[in-house]
Structures are given as structure tokens and as C-alpha cells.
Design a protein around this ligand. Structure first.
Ligand SMILES: NC(=O)c1ccc[n+]([C@@H]2O[C@H](COP(=O)([O-])OP(=O)(O)OC[C@H]3O[C@@H](n4cnc5c(N)ncnc54)[C@H](OP(=O)(O)O)[C@@H]3O)[C@@H](O)[C@H]2O)c1
Length: 292
């Protein structure tokens, strides 16, 4: 059992990580606007408050899953987004060094430009939007100054949501419900269930005795576009999949890479792979939201 501090514990991924790790570890879950006990409410941009939490709990592992992860939000409020994704990460890395705590930083496939998939862990980053840039900047900082840190890149996520618009993948079901019939068919995504990420990370911590450093990729293996995801969800909403078609790209949205498929050369050889069926999993996730 380790003492693990987890930021973003109220978020889509953090909730799954907390649930998966809590039976085996002493967890200190951090949230902000949605934090309810036993989670600790803290604004990570409040440097003093964050330092006080390290001093009080002395975590052995810090999983940093809190972030601004919506690329379009960077256009709306770039200063707050950069502060959260970059400055807070640097402060956490400093505290981890001071308290000899292992840092696991959650990053994204959006650090890549999507032109040359699949991307191995050592591939050169070249983000297309400010969100990807903020994550790449934190990665570079960690690699240069905190080489013991682990950087875990993951693709677009789905999982249990409080409302359909909480994740980019389940938003498609909300759009179908609202009558949308055209979806992007260009960008290839590898939607991954947060429970699968939590399983792989939990097993990796166990198998490697918390000793994770360097870059790791965790991803499902099924490639889908928004259109093919919508076609998979349509029958669940009693919509004919053949009534759906390709949309033209939204020129107002932050640019998205075309295909950032992550190749995992480190965890897969340890047997830590994901082979979930998207259609079966997404049906379970959206089922509670279909009647209203
Ligand atoms: N979602 C995806 O498709 C995706 C894809 C690739 C990578 N990722 C990465 O995976 C990680 C988790 O993403 P997610 O989808 O779980 O995010 P999320 O659901 O949007 O959750 C964000 C979390 O950050 C917390 N947070 C935001 N501002 C904060 C602040 N000032 N102080 C403290 N906490 C703050 C939120 O707390 P409250 O809600 O309580 O305010 C929430 O727990 C992120 O690093 C993200 O970049 C996500």
C-alpha cells in the first residue's frame, strides 16, 4: 500500500483512477468545484494550499490528472488554461522533488501533429493547438528537469458521465439526441474507456513497484471517427445508422490532428494491453442517459 495523491479526482479519468486504486492504497483525492468528502477541495493554482497538502500528507506517488483538456477553452481563457496545465505542473514537480514523491503526469496524444501515425514514445512532438502545446511544454520541462517523472499519454476518453456532454465521445450521443445527423469523418480517434486506463496504470504501478519514469502510451486499439462512433451509438437511440453522413470540418474550432494513434512499446510487452469492444462499452455508458 502506498500513499497516493491524485489531482483531478472529480474528473472523468480521476474518478475511475480513484475507484480502482482506493482498495489498495491510501488515497488523497483532490478536486475543485465538484469536490465532496472524502475528496479534498483545493485550487491547484493556489501554490500555498498545494504546498500545505504535501506537507500534511507526504504522498509517495502523485498522479496529476487535473487539467484543462478542452482545446476550445484555450481560445476562451488562454491564461487560466496555461496556468493550470503548465505552471501548476511545474509546481507539483518541484514539490515531488522536495518530498521525494514519484510523479505521474497525465498527458495527451494531442502533443502530436497526427500526420505520421502510429507514434512511439520517443517520437517528436509537434502539437497543432494550444492545448497540445501546453501539455508538450510540461512534458519538455519534466524531461529536462525531472527525469524521474512519468509522462502517460492517452487518447480521447469515455466512461461513466454525469451528463452526456461531459466527454467528447458521449457528446456525440447528445448531438444525435438533438437531431444532428452529420459528423466529422476525417480525424481518426482511438476512444479509450477510463476504466481500462485505470486498470493498466494500477497494474503498472504494482508490477513496477511505483518505479515508473519516462514516457508511456496507453490506448485502446480500435480506430473510429466521430461519424463511425455516431453510427455505433445510433441504434441505441433508435436512429438508422445509414441516415448519418460526413460533415465538413468546423473552421471555428481549434485545429485537431488527423490521426494520433499511440504505439505502446513499454507496457504492452508486460501484458498491459487494452482490447475492449467500443460498441459494447459505449452502450453501457450511454444507457443511463437515453430515457430523458
Ligand atoms: N478527456 C479526454 O478525452 C482526454 C484525452 C487525452 C488526455 N486527457 C488528459 O487526461 C487528464 C484527465 O482528463 P479528464 O477528461 O478526466 O478531465 P476533466 O473531466 O475535465 O476533469 C478535470 C479535473 O481537473 C480539476 N481541476 C480543474 N481546474 C482545477 C483547479 N484550478 N484546481 C484543482 N483542480 C482543478 C477538475 O476539478 P473540478 O471538476 O472539481 O473543478 C477535474 O477534477 C487530463 O490531464 C487531460 O488533459 C483527457
Amino acid at each position: 500500500m502506498s500513499t497516493i495523491m491524485l489531482s483531478g479526482a472529480t474528473g472523468l479519468l480521476g474518478r475511475a483512477l480513484y475507484q480502482r486504486l482506493a482498495p489498495h492504497h491510501q488515497m488523497i483525492g483532490l478536486g475543485f468545484s465538484r469536490a465532496q468528502p472524502p475528496l479534498v477541495k483545493v485550487d491547484l493554482t493556489d501554490a500555498e494550499a498545494l504546498s500545505a497538502l504535501f506537507s500534511k500528507h507526504r504522498p509517495e506517488v502523485f498522479i496529476h490528472a487535473a487539467a484543462e483538456r478542452n482545446p476550445d477553452q484555450f481560445d476562451t481563457d488562454p491564461q487560466r488554461s496555461i496556468q493550470l496545465n503548465c505552471e501548476v505542473t511545474e509546481h507539483i514537480a518541484q514539490l515531488c522533488t522536495e518530498y521525494q514523491c514519484r510523479l505521474i503526469f497525465i498527458s495527451t496524444d494531442y502533443v502530436f501533429d497526427g500526420l505520421h501515425p502510429p507514434y512511439e514514445e520517443g517520437a517528436a512532438v509537434n502539437p497543432l493547438n494550444l492545448y497540445g502545446e501546453s501539455k508538450a511544454r510540461s512534458e519538455t520541462l519534466l524531461q529536462a528537469n525531472y527525469p524521474d517523472a512519468a509522462i502517460v499519454r492517452i487518447p480521447v476518453l469515455y466512461g461513466e458521465v454525469s451528463h452526456l456532454k461531459e466527454s467528447a465521445v458521449t457528446t456525440i450521443a447528445a448531438q444525435l439526441k438533438a437531431g444532428q445527423r452529420q459528423f466529422d469523418d476525417e480525424a481518426q480517434r482511438l476512444p479509450t474507456d477510463v476504466n481500462d486506463i485505470a486498470d493498466v496504470l494500477s497494474n503498472a504501478l504494482h508490477m513496477m513497484n511505483n518505479d515508473l519514469s519516462g514516457i508511456f502510451h496507453i490506448s485502446a486499439s480500435e480506430k473510429l471517427t466521430k461519424l463511425t462512433m455516431a453510427q455505433a451509438m445510433a441504434p441505441l437511440l433508435h436512429i438508422d445508422p445509414n441516415s448519418l453522413s460526413a460533415a465538413s470540418v468546423d473552421s471555428n474550432a481549434a485545429p485537431r490532428p488527423k490521426d494520433c494513434q499511440l504505439r505502446d512499446t513499454r507496457l504492452a510487452p508486460m501484458g498491459l494491453t487494452i482490447d475492449s469492444d467500443f460498441r459494447a462499452r459505449i452502450a453501457t455508458v450511454i444507457a443511463p442517459h437515453l430515457s430523458h
